[in-house]
Ligand binder design. Structure first.
Ligand code: KG4
Ligand code: ZN
Length: 342
């Protein structure tokens, strides 16, 4: 069964073709980074318009790569939420339109479920149950995953998401948008031991996170230190990254311990962070646990994770008509049990 996956929840247009027998056959992606860079963040209306422009050419590109025709697609999957309403609607409309034209069923996929299941695309794939650390621009969550569709939320951020903290701190360092990868790059050259930034809630006894204070600590430090020189900026970046990575690592270990599990799966854009990967690999190996990461290109938003999630959820396809609504705010643990309200 050939599944077309469409992702348009934010600033990446992603399309992919996943075959339940042959695996991932085609992937096409367009990042809107340049489009939004001059505004310092994602402009929702511009994002939607760009998805409109890109979606069909990218679909053609993915089909060409896969050596398949549109008629070969048996199921169309799109990101139904959470995300920017207008951006989601572009993916939903194109999916529904293709579904009607081809007389194929259309399914909506939860964006975080896409991220959550994407590490299963790598080999060896983790077995259930496992702990998932979901770290994206909009979410920071620890989940217990017992199977496809069986997710229990263990803890989450009370304020900024980890990716958001990276992005906002990058803005303080004038690194532009999107800041996360730029900050991580700068951190590579800095001394992480120079500034002792707080590790918020690291010993709170819960699996929740809080990152907004960390950003304020960076701001205070930048104001007091003479931070104009390149070395100091790199040291601030490295020290900030160390703080956030320490907290994510400690809480992940606490979650493994609390649930009595020894498999950790990392998903979402911040999962591309090299320092986080290294620290999690070290920490889990010290306690005899294993950590799984999606391939780097599948960490950030993409169509493959949407097609793949649909393959796992509907391995024999589904009967039925096109679906259309989108859910800009949508809780994954609750979504596993019921259909969201609009
Ligand atoms: O999952 P994602 O592509 O989009 C959302 O669903 O939010 O995650 C994007 C987030 C952004 O905040 C970005 O700055 C962050 O992931 N990010 C990184 C790195 N690459 C992407 N943060 C730290 N280090 C990186 N290498
Ligand atoms: Zn994402």
């Amino acid at each position: 069964m050939l599944i077309l996956g469409i992702e348009t929840s934010c600033d990446e247009t992603g399309v992919a073709l996943y075959d339940t027998r042959d695996g991932l056959l085609g992937e096409a992606l367009h990042s809107q980074t340049e489009l939004h860079a001059r505004y310092g963040g994602v402009v929702p209306e511009l994002a939607s318009r760009d998805h409109v422009r890109r979606l069909l050419p990218l679909t053609r590109e993915a089909l060409e790569q896969a050596g398949r025709r549109l008629e070969d697609v048996s199921l169309i999957a799109f990101t139904q939420g959470p995300g920017l309403a207008g951006a989601l609607l572009v993916g939903a409309s194109v999916a529904a339109g293709l579904g009607l034209a081809l007389e194929r069923p259309v399914v909506g996929i939860h964006h975080l479920e896409g991220h959550l299941l994407s590490p299963l695309l790598s080999q060896p794939a983790p077995e259930f149950p496992f702990i998932a650390l979901l770290v994206s621009g909009g979410h920071t969550q620890l989940m217990r995953v017992d199977g496809v569709g069986r997710y229990a939320l263990l803890g989450e951020t009370l304020d900024d998401a980890a990716g958001e903290a990276f992005d906002k701190t990058a803005t303080l360092l004038n690194l532009g948008y999107p800041g996360g990868p730029a900050l991580a790059n700068l951190a590579e050259t800095g001394n992480a031991g120079r500034f002792d930034f707080p590790r918020p809630m690291i010993a709170s006894g819960t699996l929740d996170f809080s990152f907004s204070g960390l950003k304020t600590a960076v701001l205070t430090r930048l104001r007091s230190a003479n931070a104009d020189d390149a070395a100091t900026r790199a040291d601030v970046a490295a020290s900030f990254q160390a703080a956030i990575v320490d907290v994510l690592t400690a809480k992940s270990l606490q979650a493994l311990d609390r649930e009595g599990l020894d498999r950790l799966v990392v998903a979402g854009g911040v999962g591309a962070n090299r320092q986080l990967r290294e620290e999690l690999a070290d920490a889990t190996s010290r306690i005899g646990a294993k950590v799984f990461f999606p391939p780097l290109r599948l960490c950030t938003d993409n169509g493959a994770m949407i097609a793949f999630a649909a393959a796992l959820k509907f391995p024999r396809g589904i009967e039925g008509a096109a679906s259309f609504p989108v859910f800009p705010r949508w809780d994954l643990a609750a979504a596993a049990q019921s259909t969201p309200r609009r």
